[in-house]
Design a protein around this ligand. Structure first.
Ligand SMILES: [Zn+2]
Length: 333
């Protein structure tokens, strides 16, 4: 019985890049610090997912999880992989609290995944932490399916030789790494140059299955272009993948046509980057979907579903939406 239940689950499409945020209102341990021009942007994102704009100061985590869970359950998706967010650390492994804009503890996503069958937990561990290896083992035992980090925002030089043991342990445990690549404008950036996908060479050499979030595409007009570097690395590393998250925002979707072709097509995995807004205008303007498709899905209020359907309409092969099942660490849960 259990086998067939697991099989049904593995056939369902997955959104493997879903953020959770909180303000500690329900003792989640989460915090959020949104300053200046990012404040109206954050309120806009919350309204986009159907929350009141002032939820930032209220029961944010209660609203957020209820809404997210309802959206996953009423969508074509079987599961959403929800992401923790570690602090920024310096090279000596000291946390730099004033640099991060939000924090989501590993225990929070692990607990949510235990309670809600529609969620799987991706933990976040800065490898410079003095307790990085212990935290990794603890999270593995608690059912983590993936590890998430943002080298440019969290100050992680993945190629630092001191982290080799950490990557080797991840490879041994078959825990995949989802790492942000390319420019970033929603969160403050600490080291711009770490947006380069070459920052992921050491974990790849250690045998970790690595997913480059956003396929290293640009997010701002003046960001350096790393997409061609990512494509070169796909040819070099059989264990490198790319996620198509946030392809429904301006600029990032410029390389959709290349992502639909080999050698990329068979390495793509689907994610939305929820709660990042999803609008089909850019895909329609760029010729990736037609007018009717764009109009049809623009009316869909559930942005997880809207994003999924737009990606299907763009022509991503069905495996794009289920491939992640072969990369996640499911045995420990
Ligand atoms: Zn993201």
């Amino acid at each position: 019985m259990q086998d067939s239940a697991a099989q049904v689950r593995t056939l369902k499409p997955v959104d493997m890049h879903v953020h959770v945020v909180g303000n500690g209102a329900r003792n989640s341990g989460c915090w959020l610090r949104v300053r200046g021009w990012r404040r109206p942007l954050a309120a806009l994102m919350l309204r986009g997912i159907g929350l009141p704009g002032d939820a930032l100061n209220g029961d944010l985590e209660g609203f957020y999880i209820a809404r997210l869970s309802e959206q996953v359950r009423s969508s074509s998706l079987g599961t959403a992989v929800i992401l923790a967010q570690d602090l920024v650390y310096d090279e000596q492994g000291q946390p730099i609290k004033e640099l991060g804009s939000f924090y989501v503890p590993n225990d929070y996503v692990l607990k949510l995944a235990k309670k809600n069958p529609e969620f799987l937990a991706a933990v976040s561990i800065h490898p410079a932490r003095p307790d990085a290896l212990e935290e990794l083992d603890r999270c593995l035992a608690a059912g983590a399916v993936m590890m998430k980090c943002l080298p440019n925002c969290q100050n992680i030089n993945c190629n630092d030789r001191r982290f080799q043991r950490f990557w080797e342990r991840m490879a041994e445990a078959k825990l995949p790494l989802l790492a942000h690549t390319g420019g970033e404008h929603t969160l403050p950036v600490v080291r711009r140059e770490y947006a380069d996908p070459r920052i992921l060479a050491l974990p790849l050499e250690c045998g970790v299955k690595v997913i480059a979030a956003h396929c290293a595409t640009k997010s701002g007009l003046v960001d350096p272009e790393y997409f061609h570097i990512f494509v070169g690395m796909i040819r070099r590393f059989a264990n490198l993948y790319g996620d198509i998250s946030a392809f429904n925002v301006p600029i990032r979707g410029r390389h959709i046509a290349e992502c639909l072709r080999e050698p990329l097509a068979s390495r793509m995995v689907h994610g939305s980057d929820y709660p990042v807004p999803v609008h089909g205008h850019w895909a329609w303007l760029g010729g990736a979907v037609d007018w009717k498709t764009f109009r049809r899905w623009e009316r869909q209020k559930n942005i997880l579903e809207r994003d999924y359907q737009l990606k299907v309409a763009m022509g991503f092969i069905p495996e794009t939406f289920t491939r992640i099942w072969s990369l996640l660490r499911l045995s420990g849960s």
